[in-house]
Design a protein around this ligand. Structure first.
Ligand code: ADP
Ligand code: ASP
Ligand code: MG
Length: 447
């Protein structure tokens, strides 16, 4: 079984949705995970914000726009009036539910999550009517009946595995399974989601639950590029990445993958292939256990919204147990630390969740003088066995020599060098690093 996930742009137009069907091999079992039509989740976020602020008229006007979008989409998708009729009946029913949710008197987080789930519910229904129209024996599975997260918002793989088996056993001869990406139930059994971009994560969780042969992430670009193509010109796709390299890139901001996508696939050694719906013949990127191309940087990613915290204390000098006390404070506020650098009298570390920043700082102040820098960006350079590459660190630092680099982290793992700098310098930094590391000369040199 292969798991194929198609993102928002890949189902974003009726003709694209038709090509999704064409890309599903006809003679082997395929499990399809679909995102909402491009822009729909953003619109649902806006509608929720309006409803939360009591701006009901504007919220309902936007619901009207979404309904028109889906009705126009349906009217272009199908060849047979019968399919269109099915879709129109479904849309009437679903938009009735959406309006009722928006009109809920005490609209809150529960209603917001119910609304956010609608994008994927709509797109998967429209697609499954199409699959039936072209004669596929397709079965649409409700992701809410098997996708689950716990009280820490972590997916519960055993639950997913067991419940997926139960629902799939009802129609064992099906060749094309379809489900919604992104959506799930939480520990309270309410509708919830895997955070923005979460359909990738659904695909790898389903892949792990089914011990799939391969997970394919189909998107609008021909694989993982060597740098962020939205910021740097002339980036190029990378043919092969290891699980660790890809996980690092996804976690540190390569938008092509949800940050947690790699972990479930890696657990069961399931290859993940990144492919382009608009250019299906392109090779894309394969992510697997391979360890090749030692000592070169393969790709650069950047993660914004980082806060740097420095704790300075002379008590640290020749003392032990100081770091433990610092880490315990972050642990008690369930706030993960990304980067860390130390000197004999100070520690600098970064977090990307500042929900408890004030409380954390109050506690840290008992240990030393605390300084905070907000609006920072981590730039993460990823490759394999980077410590074996002579002169590589010098090359990286040379590229950013004009920039106010706040932290540097090397040696934490064999495949990562991280830099922290103010977000205002991010675009420039990505470009100079690109020039310094990926010019033709750099690519072919062995460092
Ligand atoms: P989908 O809607 O299919 O999930 P996304 O928009 O989430 O697609 O991800 C694809 C986009 O990720 C690309 O269009 C590209 O702009 C962006 N991106 C950012 N960094 C990278 C990278 N290193 N390699 C490829 N794409 C990247
Ligand atoms: N539709 C969701 C989003 O836009 C999930 C996804 O596309 O992966 O974030
Ligand atoms: Mg995405």
């Amino acid at each position: 079984m292969k798991v194929l996930k198609f993102g928002g742009t890949s189902v974003g137009k009726p003709e694209r949705m038709r090509s999704v069907e064409q890309l599903c091999p006809p003679k082997e079992p395929v499990f399809l995970v679909l995102s909402a039509i491009t822009g729909v989740t953003n619109a649902l976020v806006e509608i929720s914000a309006l409803a939360t602020n009591g701006e009901l008229t504007q919220a309902l006007a936007k619901v009207g726009d979404l309904e028109t979008l889906h009705r126009n989409f349906a009217s272009q998708l199908y060849a047979q009036p019968h399919s269109l009729e099915k879709a129109q009946t479904f849309l009437t029913q679903e938009f009735g539910k959406i309006r009722a949710t928006v009109e809920t008197k005490s609209f809150g987080i529960t209603q917001e999550r119910i609304l956010l789930a609608e994008g994927e519910i709509l797109s998967t229904h429209l697609f499954s009517f199409y699959a039936q129209e072209v004669g596929r024996e397709a079965v649409l599975l409700d992701a809410l009946s098997f996708m689950k997260i716990d009280e820490n918002e972590e997916p519960v793989l055993e639950h997913i595995e067991q419940h997926l088996q139960v629902v799939m056993q009802k129609t064992p001869h099906t060749q094309l399974w379809i489900t919604q990406g992104y959506i799930c139930r939480n520990a309270q059994g309410e509708v919830d989601n895997l955070k923005r971009g979460g359909s990738d994560y659904t695909a790898s969780l389903v892949g792990a639950a089914l011990r799939a042969q391969e997970v394919q992430i189909w998107t609008d670009i021909d694989g993982m590029h060597n740098n962020d193509p939205r910021i740097v010109k002339n980036t190029f796709p990378i043919a092969e990445l290891s699980f660790d390299e890809a996980a690092e890139l996804a976690y540190f901001g390569a938008k092509i993958l949800h940050p947690a996508t790699i972990l479930p696939a890696q657990k069961y050694n399931i290859p993940v292939r990144l492919l382009n719906t608009m250019q299906p013949e392109a090779q894309g990127t394969i992510i697997h256990n391979a360890v090749q191309n030692k000592g070169i940087i393969k790709s650069i990613a950047a993660k914004d919204g980082i806060t740097a915290i420095k704790i300075r204390s002379s008590r640290m000098l020749l003392a032990y147990g100081f770091l433990r006390r610092i880490f315990e404070i972050f642990e008690s506020y369930k706030t993960p630390i990304d980067m860390i650098t130390t000197s004999e009298v100070a520690v600098s570390l970064t977090i990307d969740q500042d929900k408890h920043l004030e409380a954390i700082c109050q506690e840290l102040e008992k240990l030393g003088v605390v300084e905070i820098d907000t609006d920072q960006t981590i730039i993460c350079l990823v490759g394999n066995q980077l410590s074996q590459a002579q002169g590589l660190t010098a090359k990286v630092l040379k590229a950013v020599e004009e920039l106010p680099v706040r932290m540097v982290s090397i040696g934490g793992s064999a495949h990562n060098i991280s830099l922290l700098l103010p977000s205002s310098h991010k675009n420039y930094a990505l470009n100079v690093l690109n020039e310094g590391l990926f010019t033709k000369q750099a690519q072919h040199s062995s460092y």
